[in-house]
Write a protein that binds this ligand. Structure first.
Ligand SMILES: Cc1cc2nc3c(=O)[nH]c(=O)nc-3n(C[C@H](O)[C@H](O)[C@H](O)COP(=O)(O)OP(=O)(O)OC[C@H]3O[C@@H](n4cnc5c(N)ncnc54)[C@H](O)[C@@H]3O)c2cc1C
Length: 416
């Protein structure tokens, strides 16, 4: 029997604990400083987008700006189908939205949390310790885990403290390199002032983004104009791909948005046709057949064209400028909205973790899973999928690997 400490009771830690507890071979402690699975509650706006309908694991891995290749091995053992079957067994039925995102039929993250809590309780070899871990030390063959209440000894430790927990600090202390943490999946601040159109959303539009010198094809999603700039799923993706790009007011990041999802020629032709059909109508009103009214008017203002100009009197030069703006709406990004990020890029350096076992290459018996590692995905259920898959892998390896002889010996004497 091994004694295993799981540090962090988020989705990754819980998955690791229930997996490692199978067959009653091990004794597992979950250390959680807040509530177990509390971090699951706000996911998907309370609906818990727990996976995405990408059933080929290599395709699935493409949705991770950091961790893609590393995840091949992790996903080959536990992927989307396994997630759905796992939850089905727990009694959580799921459905797939048109955009591929998968939710529980109940649309309730509380249902997912409760099903997992019930699963933990089924395993009598899992103990819950509502304690804050302060330090993890490796001495000879065993680990000493010190919390705000006491010290424990373990054969193995799984760090699952998420993107913002203390896991990176523990890993660093144990000799690991930590890739700089950066907010990803967050709203962006722009040089342009969009407060007059804040609240306007556009569905499924496209953005041009280059990542590692390659253009990301088909980067689309909804966007929302805000008082400070831009937000929404598409902007989250843009922020994720640019997590390590420095930008500010002096050196803004220039992002081109296609507001109408058409190329210039096609859009200009359609715009011209509608203008011709309505020569007496105000041109801004005609333009608003393609875009929300306030945004259409704003584009006229940006281009210094009177929105009251009659369609029949709009010059070719003006029409071209408007069409160009619709397909190439440039925003200058000067910053990230602080504290609102959905995930953190960065974390424990993947070069120092064995992707087949999720064991540290530096410290025997130390494992990682979830967001504490330098892995983050786009929005759409990918970050939770990483938790289920890596939690499963870390738990499985721990369940099967040999305990350290030392802890059992110490244990016999100390009976902790
Ligand atoms: C608002 C919001 C919505 C989201 N929606 C989705 C979504 O719909 N789909 C999706 O895929 N992803 C979503 N995410 C991302 C997803 O929730 C995270 O990627 C995921 O929770 C990471 O899981 P984790 O187990 O690695 O870490 P966490 O969920 O962060 O859990 C880590 C746990 O460790 C505990 N901990 C940390 N340090 C210590 C310590 N020293 N001692 C004891 N305990 C400690 C923490 O209290 C916490 O409970 C969302 C995130 C946010 C913020």
């Amino acid at each position: 029997m091994s004694k295993i400490a799981v540090i962090g009771g988020g989705p990754a830690g819980v998955m690791a604990a229930v997996t490692a507890s199978k067959n009653n071979l091990n004794e597992i402690f979950i250390f959680e400083k807040n509530g177990i699975l509390n971090t699951l509650l706000p996911t998907g706006g309370g609906r818990c987008n727990l996976a995405n309908a990408q059933y080929n694991f290599k395709e699935l891995a493409k949705f991770y700006p950091r961790g893609e290749k590393f995840l091949y091995s992790v996903f080959s053992g536990f992927s989307t189908n396994d997630t759905l079957q796992f939850f089905e067994k727990l009694g959580v039925k799921t459905y797939t939205q048109e955009d591929g995102r998968i939710f529980p039929v109940s649309n309730s993250s509380l249902e997912v949390k409760n099903a997992l809590l019930k699963e933990i309780d089924k395993h009598k070899n899992i103990k819950k310790a509502f304690e804050k871990v302060l330090e993890i030390k490796k001495e000879n063959d065993f680990f000493t885990v010190t919390t705000n209440k006491k010290s424990y000894k373990f054969d193995k430790v799984i760090i699952a403290t998420g993107g913002k927990g203390s896991g990176q600090k523990f890993a660093k202390h144990l000799g690991h390199n930590i890739v700089e943490l950066r907010p990803a999946l967050c709203s962006l601040i722009t040089m342009e002032n969009f407060s007059d159109i804040s609240g306007i959303t556009l569905k499924n539009i496209k953005a041009d983004v280059f990542f590692k010198n390659k253009k990301i094809n088909n980067l689309n999603g909804d966007i929302l104009f805000t008082h400070k700039g831009v937000s929404g799923p598409l902007i989250y993706k843009v922020s994720s791909y640019h997590a390590y790009v420095d930008f500010d007011k002096v050196n803004p990041l220039v992002v081109s948005l296609n507001l109408v999802n058409k190329d210039f020629g096609q859009f200009d032709k359609e715009f011209l046709e509608v203008l011709k059909k309505n020569p007496q109508k105000e041109a801004a009103n005609v333009f608003s057949e393609f875009l929300p009214k306030n945004l259409a008017t704003k584009i006229f203002e940006i281009e210094n064209i009177n929105p009251k100009t009659k369609s029949g009197q709009l010059t070719k030069q003006n029409r071209t400028a408007l069409s160009q703006k619709a397909v190439n709406f440039v925003v200058n990004i000067t910053g990230r909205s602080k504290g609102e990020e959905i995930v953190m890029a960065g974390g424990v350096d993947l070069k120092e973790i064995n992707p087949k076992t999720l064991e540290s290459k530096l410290v025997k018996g130390l494992y990682f899973c979830g967001e504490v590692m330098d892995i983050d995905g786009l929005t759409g259920g990918f970050n939770l999928q990483n938790c289920w898959s890596s939690g499963f892998r870390a738990g499985t390896t721990c369940e099967r690997s040999e305990p350290s002889a030392h802890v059992n010996k110490v244990d016999e004497m100390e009976k902790f």
